[in-house]
Design a protein around this ligand. Structure first.
Ligand code: ZN
Length: 125
């Protein structure tokens, strides 16, 4: 676990040690691709294990019942394309859902500023 040391200024606000933050940011930049690849492999392994447990018929029934339905409120989902990533947004509660691997694509292709821009567009702010 990485701890982030902080320094308390006289007015009581917390000031983060900038050198420590830069080291932490550098570590994440250097290891981000490796971490995402490990996460993708773990996800594919879990999916293969689930497929082995379920029959084709069971998967078909579940897909027919839940395809493009919001997991929270059950209303329809509508697909939106945002900067090359497809997002399924609920037409009622406005929650959103991305398929496995779509966030990986976003994080591998975009810089920090573009990720923030994407999140702002996603959230409509
Ligand atoms: Zn919903």
């Amino acid at each position: 676990m990485i701890s982030r040391p902080s320094v308390h200024s006289r007015d009581g606000e917390v000031a983060v040690d900038e050198r420590s933050r830069k080291r932490e940011d550098d570590w994440f930049l250097q290891n981000e691709k490796k971490l995402l690849e490990e996460a993708r492999k773990a996800r594919e392994k879990r999916e293969a294990e689930r497929r082995a447990r379920e029959t084709e018929e069971e998967r078909g029934k579940l897909k027919k019942l839940h395809w493009m339905k919001c997991p929270k409120c059950g209303h329809d989902l509508k697909t939106e394309a945002l900067e090359g990533v497809e997002v399924d947004r609920c037409t009622f509660c406005e929650g959103f859902f991305v398929d496995a691997g779509e966030l990986d694509v976003l994080f591998l292709k975009k810089g920090v500023g573009q990720r923030q821009s994407f999140m702002r567009r996603l959230l409509g702010i």
